[in-house]
Design a protein around this ligand. Structure first.
Ligand code: BGC
Length: 746
């Protein structure tokens, strides 16, 4: 029977009424009614219509350019159009004018906010506050879905240990545990507690290993062993999928020779097989086509075959599926069942998002939610929590009095403070530090930019220096323009760019106190600048409300609580340097550095340990580091037992005291080391954290639970398990301090 559109819609509506039944086993949580609805639709589809669903098109420009393809059912998803009027028209073409009326899935890179821009993801991670990060993702979803975007290509879960890699800005940094907690928070935030019209499907990316690009050069090869993947790179993805992430994107890189988009081992065996993922797998932009450039496939037909047979459902912008799948099925190179499975995965998301019932948006209502006051307030709070106080000789907080010179290229850079991957945030809505400080300290602020943008070079700073002489304190806003980090924006030199270091030196020479606030997309190597600053506040690009957030922190209206989600290097030559490295056979023991080495010293006189003769073995700031205007003391740390079974939970208690003058929040962190394993184990691994707010003088007993199972790792035998033996545990305010407690796993 030929199904007419109306008949189809009626059937869909009837099924929609009952689609809230029992949940099934799949990771995205579709009910059996959803599954039967999928089969019902699938049963009506021609092979060409099925393949059309697997095609994603970038649809900027005139709607009419895509109308014919949509009518013919050749487009399953579009990206890069956010105008709600156009999106309604796109949906109308799909729903009213294509044979089966299947709505489009509209995707967009909503990475750290839609219109209201939050700090870049590296800054989000610095908050160590999953609840707040979830709230930000929810806000992004509310704004974006109101305009018709129901799918975001976020969160990016790529562990990154090399700050030269520009996309380090877009993830949660170097730690697997922190990344996993941020992943869950963002998935929950985007998709919402229950799926409704404000739910935006999350897309975890880039699967997998992309952040380990050799030399920190984007798109470069990675060489991760299966054990490295399983112990460090895969767990955040698994956590996100357990949290219900509906979609996943394959990455650009080849790992040990196999490009991810053609990697059946990671997509089919691990993602689908081991984790049971029944969501949608999309390629990265033309990553299918790029398998030809990798030399992994001869032509588009060849790579289309490789991609579908590896488990990919949707092709972003190669048109490889659209052009060749039909032929490949006829030739028997691709099974019809593989196509059916891919289409099921796509329809499942569309049905669960309610797109069949609600393909259109209310254009007027969409306007009302953008930049809503509560969205701006959340963005401000997040920016406040994400800034990290790296140095303070007591000059901060400013507490109000005196003349303030504001200078530096990032003081009034409304576009650049939004950071990378900001397609929809408008700089007209940005509040810069200059504007916020002028409001906070009326009549006290003088502004002399010194440098107009971060890359600018200048010989003399006479104007700034003379203004500094008449000020009581200098606030220098430095860092990187937004374009210097993000996709393909890698750097080989991580010192402050342009003449920013010279500006700081000139300011220091005036003898006035200098506070540097750095707005950047990555941890820059600022060691040479530290002596020229009395205080350093580090804010990864903080977004729309970065100005008020930083003004609150500098003035003391708020107290910094951010912690480094990534190791800060002394010099770029140390990269990669990360806290959870394996123990070497010859750890550094403080051996001589260049200046102390005798002339004609004997070959073995330096002790032969693991370090650089010029820079030693340690970073500038370790992972998890960050100061406050108050001080915290840890005491009475104890574990509830000395020995645990593998299914037990460790209860750690300690007293945290605020020993300073200000109310403040400490991010308490728990690290564990497995002393002897069948493999060498990391020197420390983060296993728990919590933000604890204390009034000045207040002490509190804090209790944290660590399941012994969280100490499991993939061993030599290819099995994930906890190995019995001796462990050490630290609770501290960063990864480099604290006193070890001991326990045993039986
Ligand atoms: C990026 C992805 C992004 C996609 C769509 C690619 O270049 O690698 O992260 O989601 O473009 O814009």
């Amino acid at each position: 029977m030929k199904i007419t559109k109306n008949l189809y819609l009626m059937a869909a509506a009837v099924l929609a009424l009952v689609s809230c039944g029992q949940k099934q086993a799949g990771t995205v949580g579709a009910s059996s009614e959803v599954e039967s609805r999928i089969e019902h639709i699938l049963g009506q589809m021609t092979l060409a219509e099925k393949i059309g669903q697997m095609n994603q098109v970038s649809a900027g420009g005139e709607v009419s350019n895509y109308a014919e393809a949509i009518r013919k059912g050749q487009v399953g998803s579009i990206l890069n159009e956010v105008d709600p009027v156009k999106l309604n028209e796109f949906q109308r073409l799909a729903v009213e004018e294509s044979r089966l009326g299947i709505p489009l899935l509209v995707g967009r890179d909503v990475i750290h906010g839609f219109h209201t821009i939050f700090p870049i993801p590296l800054g989000l991670a610095a908050t160590f506050d999953p609840a707040l990060v979830e709230e930000g993702a929810r806000i992004a979803a509310v704004e974006a879905t109101a305009q018709g975007v129901r799918w975001t290509f976020s969160p990016m879960l790529d562990i990154a240990r090399d700050p030269r890699w520009g996309r380090i800005a877009e993830g949660s940094g170097e730690d697997t545990y922190l990344d996993a907690r941020m992943a869950e928070a963002m998935v929950h935030g985007y998709q919402g507690e229950v799926l409704d019209t404000t739910s935006m499907a999350a897309c975890v990316k880039h699967f997998v290993g992309y952040g380990a690009a050799e030399g920190g050069r984007d798109y470069n090869s990675t060489f991760l062993t299966e054990r490295q993947l399983r112990n460090f790179y895969l767990p955040p993805f698994e956590a996100a999928i357990k949290a219900g992430a509906m979609t996943l994107m394959t990455s650009f890189n080849d790992n040990d020779g196999v490009p991810s988009t053609g990697n059946a081992f990671v997509v089919k065996d691990i993602l689908r097989g081991e984790w049971g993922f029944d969501g949608l797998v999309v390629t990265d932009w033309d990553s299918m086509g790029e398998m030809i450039d990798h030399g992994f496939g001869a032509d588009r037909k060849d790579v289309a075959e490789k991609a579908i047979n590896a488990g990919v459902d949707m092709d972003m912008m190669t048109y490889g599926f659209l052009s060749h799948l039909e032929e490949l099925v006829k030739e028997g190179a691709v099974k019809q069942s593989a196509i059916d499975q891919a289409v099921r995965n796509i329809l499942r998301i569309k049905i669960m998002l309610g797109l069949f019932e609600h393909p259109y948006v209310d254009v007027e209502a969409a306007k009302a939610v953008q930049y809503a006051p509560e969205h701006l307030a959340a963005a401000r709070k997040t920016a406040e929590e994400s800034a990290i106080l790296l140095k303070n000789d007591g000059i901060l907080p400013l507490r109000g009095k005196g003349r303030i010179l504001v200078t530096g290229p990032m003081a009034d850079a409304p576009w650049d403070q939004l950071g990378t991957w900001c397609f929809d945030g408008q700089k007209e809505h940005t509040v810069t530090p200059l504007k916020a400080l002028q409001e906070r300290f009326p009549g006290q602020v003088t502004y002399v930019p010194g440098l107009r943008f971060s890359r600018e070079k200048r010989e003399s700073f006479a104007d700034v220096v003379s203004a500094a002489r008449s000020a009581d304190v200098v606030l220098a806003f430095l860092g990187e323009e937004a374009i210097l980090s993000g996709e393909a924006h890698c750097l080989a030199d991580l010192n402050l760019i342009g003449s920013q270091s010279e500006l700081l030196a000139a300011l220091k020479a005036t003898g006035k106190p200098v506070v540097a606030t750095i707005l950047a997309g990555r941890p820059l190597t600022i060691e040479r600048d530290l002596p020229n600053c009395n205080a350093v506040l580090y804010s990864f690009h903080p977004g729309t409300m970065g100005g008020p957030a930083l003004a609150s922190l500098l003035s003391g209206d708020a107290n910094p609580s951010g912690k480094t989600p990534i190791t800060f290097l002394r010099t770029v030559g140390q990269a990669p340097l990360y806290y959870n490295h394996n123990m070497t056979g010859r750890p550094y023991r403080g051996e001589k550095l260049l200046a102390d080495i005798d002339l004609e010293a004997g070959q073995t006189s330096l002790g032969n340990t693991s370090y650089y003769l010029d820079y030693g073995a340690y970073p500038l700031f370790p992972f998890g580091y960050g100061l406050s205007y108050t001080t915290f003391e840890y005491s009475n740390a104890s574990l509830d037992k000395k020995e645990y079974g593998v299914e037990d939970t460790i209860t750690l208690s300690f007293t945290l005291s605020n020993t300073g003058e200000y109310k403040g929040t400490e991010v308490v962190q728990v690290y564990v080391r497995d002393l002897v394993g069948t493999l060498t184990r990391p020197v420390k691994e983060l296993k728990a954290f919590e933000r604890v707010e204390l009034a000045s003088g207040e002490s509190r007993t804090v209790t944290l639970q660590i399941p012994v199972q969280s100490l499991a790792f993939w061993g030599l035998d290819g099995v994930k398990k906890v190995e019995p033996g001796d462990f050490q545990l630290w609770v501290a305010g960063d990864s480099a301090t604290g006193e070890a407690l001991s326990f045993k796993v039986l």
